[in-house]
Write a protein that binds this ligand. Structure first.
Ligand SMILES: [Zn+2]
Ligand SMILES: [Zn+2]
Length: 69
């Protein structure tokens, strides 16, 4: 399977369907080719149970309210 740019090779997220972690926010690209996202590449995020991959695939997912100014 070829690696597609702008699609995470681990979780399949894209700019329009990113991953989210309450502490780190939405994922970002970890490489210049845009084939792996931060939330798959960084162990501390990947292994967190709070990490949600491809949030648009989660029917009732909503971004947590920003409580910090
Ligand atoms: Zn990913
Ligand atoms: Zn991601």
């Amino acid at each position: 399977m070829p690696i597609t740019k702008e699609v995470c090779r681990k979780c399949g997220c894209t700019n329009n369907n990113p991953c989210y972690h309450p502490k780190y926010g939405f994922c970002w690209w970890e490489d210049s080719e845009h084939t792996i996202c931060s939330h798959c590449a960084k162990k501390e995020i990947k292994n967190s149970k709070h990490t949600q991959h491809r949030v648009n695939d989660i029917p009732d997912w909503q971004p947590p309210e920003e409580t910090q100014a």
